[in-house]
Design a protein around this ligand. Sequence first.
Ligand SMILES: [Zn+2]
Length: 434
Amino acid sequence: MKPRNKLQRKILKLSQGLSPLTKHQYKEAVRKVGLHIAKYSSKRGYECLDCGHTWTGTEAKRVVCPHCGAKLNVDTTRKRNFCEKDYFAVVTKCQGFQVVRMFFMQTNLRKGSEPTYWICEAFQRWLAPDGKCAIVSRARHWFAHYCDCWNWDSDMEIREENVGHKVTPWRLIGQSSVIPEIKRNGFDGNYHRCSPYNLFFNLLTNNRIETLWKVGQYKLAIYAIGNSYIFDKHWASIKVVLRHKYQISDPSLWFDLIGALDYLDKDIRNPKWICPENLKEAHDEWQAKKEAKLEHVRRRRERERALSIEQRYLEDQKNVAKEEAEYQKAKSKFFDLKFFDNEIVIKPLVSVREVLDEGHQMHHCVFANKYYKDENVLLFHALIDGTSIATIEFSLENFTVVQCRGVYNKVPQHYERIMMLMQKNTMKIMSKAA
Ligand SMILES: [Zn+2]
């Protein structure tokens, strides 16, 4: 892409003047980013794939080569060839711009030969003190979704941002060189594991992030960079936190806590709630309360739905009589069934009205879902001392219990005993159905 404005033209020109990696930087990249492996077998001992040196020793996960001093990961498999691809960044400045240069590196190791390292610059991010930015980059192969599919034959040109530019390097090579505006906004040389470009861009353009960085709320700042919506939404609470010099140790937990407090109508600007001594404990406590309330609301909605269905049903008396008659006709032959042990009694629900009352008392949808209309369903309830403890949906198609629910659709008391009673008496139901 041709540069389209003065800024882009200037950046492209400056980019062409950037120096290649120094020998020192290259060595550091090989040491820190490259793959370093020692082959190990109990028979032959160690072989350093960096220099070929062999020695004996006991098996370990990591060793240092006594010849070349390389720190090596030990490999005990039969593998002979190793290839690793990775990125690293060089942070530099140029004519008032902050530049983050991204290099791609491929290491090839082969038992018995010299290791090879191939390093090539993939792209650069340029950032002006006012937050204006541009990318100078290689082209990507159009089919490539992987982050290392750059077209290495293409020129470094001004290009639109794409998914390939999202790679975040964890390794920096060489000393970082940073423009004064970024230092002024709080950067003291420590990235706190934030990607350099993201951090610089936000320090220059987002004064909330700048504030957090300056007071040492690094975790919160990094979280905010990736979750700007929730961060902005709760900025008022964060200001309270800052005023009380409260350190947010785990931002995602803390935002969860704020969400729960907010849902429960607690004052989320009150330090008593939002600056808890033990964040994890407070989070768990309020989260549980929120879930309980959600459950309560869900039940109430379900209840309202069931009630309105009941009401509508009862208003149409002609239909009530019709459905009742149909139910009697279809199911009455089962009504004298009765299974019991010394405590539990299981009986069919003998009218639509009884199904309605059962749903009402048990707070579930047996009526609202109109199971009674299904010709292949036989409904029972299990009672103790005349009170229902479970509603049972039994299939007349394959003669098994489809579901057995207690109050609020929970697993009922004595579930196993009820299921056993049903199983024991399946033959009786079958003989009625025949
Ligand atoms: Zn070695």
